[in-house]
Design a protein around this ligand. Structure first.
Ligand code: SOE
Length: 401
């Protein structure tokens, strides 16, 4: 790997749009998640009143030309080709990790040791051991005032943030069921190449870590209770795929992660929880669906209609009760004060703006952002339990006949 710092080709935005003091941000990785996080950093100071102004100082990637182009396109002032150099820069106070899971632990620990705050994309790591190392480093760094956060961005959809308020406010009563599915279909085609997300050494797991991590986080977050145990099945339907750069009928390699996982479990609170995650669910594009049923009511959310919540108030008269749609676009709904007039919805990218906002406030006030590395470690333990259960088939009873 060469070691280069190159200025971004296009002049970036002014570092401080307002009077808030700057917080230097450096990002490692610039593909899909890097672009999404960049959008958050670029926009947050233009929308929210902030105690700290993020200054997008440098983005890092191995390919000098590609990272330089990405820096210009995404709004970073400079490009680095060695993450160790980025992490060591005095003008960078927060490191945002958007690389595949295989490098999360090494970069995060180095950044924490260098005195930086760290935001890390989900899943926190590729294994429980790595996540434990990261959480331990975060705890040591916390004593020095450094903060850590995991990029479970869906907590920051206004509708799910509002759902959390409703659950905490008792509108659902005691939760009985938590039901989460997260379905995509980009792997239905067997000719889709063997990208890094399909290799265990790079991604840790498949739909489980990619989508299941979100599903588990949102279930536990909304319910305010961790999973106590799980029983699981996983499946890899397409076991070989063309190597990247090969023709669809060219050389193939083994898929070493799951295409889908189904699991159920019990929360510590006693609620029953069920999960289904898949990247081969034809027709489902980014369908994160959540349903909560409690003693006083139910809530339903679908990321493909992300400005809506459906609420059934079970205390209504039976003759008039039923699910009603709440359009989460109104004053008083989470994050909405900064955006458009009532009724004008938000999208996927806004969750990254909200994530940046919440992290900047946490840094400014010295409070722990959520979800922390400790929360990310706990999700990692759930994912490991799912894999262990699936591999043992222990709670699987074959149907007689
Ligand atoms: C890919 O399946 C993916 O980009 C996930 O990695 C993200 O976390 C999710 O938000 C959308 O889908």
């Amino acid at each position: 790997m060469s070691d280069e710092t190159v200025p971004a080709p296009a002049p970036g935005r002014p570092e401080q749009p307002g009077s808030a003091p700057p917080l230097g941000v450096g990002m490692v990785g610039y593909a899909f998640m890097g672009a999404a996080h960049s959008q958050g950093w670029r926009t947050v100071g233009r929308v929210f009143d902030l105690p700290l102004a993020p200054a997008m100082r440098a983005v890092c990637g191995r390919d000098a030309e590609a990272v330089r182009t990405a820096a210009g396109r995404l709004g970073w002032a400079a490009a680095e080709t060695d993450w160790r150099k980025l992490v060591a820069r005095d003008d960078i106070h927060l490191v945002d990790i958007c690389t595949p899971g295989e490098s999360h632990a090494e970069i995060a620990v180095a950044a924490l040791e260098a005195g930086k705050h760290v935001l890390c994309e989900k899943p926190l790591a590729n294994s429980v051991a790595e996540a434990e190392t990261m959480a331990a480093a975060a705890q040591v760094a916390r004593a020095r005032g450094q903060l850590t956060m995991v990029g479970f961005n869906y907590r920051r959809t206004p509708a799910l943030a509002h759902a959390k308020r409703m659950v905490d406010g008792g509108r659902l009563g005691e939760l009985r069921h938590v039901r989460v599915s997260y379905l995509q279909d980009w792997l239905v085609d067997p000719a889709f190449p063997l990208a890094w997300r399909l290799r265990r050494e790079a991604a840790g797991s498949g739909a489980l870590g990619d989508l299941g991590a979100h599903a588990v986080d949102i279930a536990q977050h909304l319910a305010g209770s961790p999973l106590a145990g799980v029983s699981a099945q996983t499946e890899t339907f397409v076991t070989e795929r063309p190597l990247p750069g090969e023709a669809p009928d060219g050389e193939r390699g083994p898929v070493t992660v799951d295409d889908a996982a189904v699991f159920n479990g019990r929360l510590a609170s006693g609620a029953l929880a069920s999960f289904e995650v898949s990247r081969v669910a034809a027709g489902r594009k980014n369908a994160l669906r959540v349903e909560l049923n409690g003693t006083r009511g139910s809530l339903v959310f679908d990321l493909e209609r992300l400005n809506e919540l459906h609420f059934h108030d079970h205390t209504d008269a039976a003759q008039e009760s039923g699910f009603r749609r709440i359009l989460v676009t109104e004053p008083g709904h989470p994050y909405l004060e900064a955006w458009w007039p009532p009724g004008h919805g938000l999208g996927y990218e806004h969750t990254f703006v909200h994530q940046a906002r919440d992290l900047l406030y946490a840094v400014a006030t010295g409070t722990d952002p959520e979800p922390s590395f400790a929360d990310g470690l706990q999700v990692q333990r759930v994912l490991a339990a799912v894999e262990e259960s699936a591999s043992k088939n222990s709670a699987y009873t074959a149907v007689a006949g």
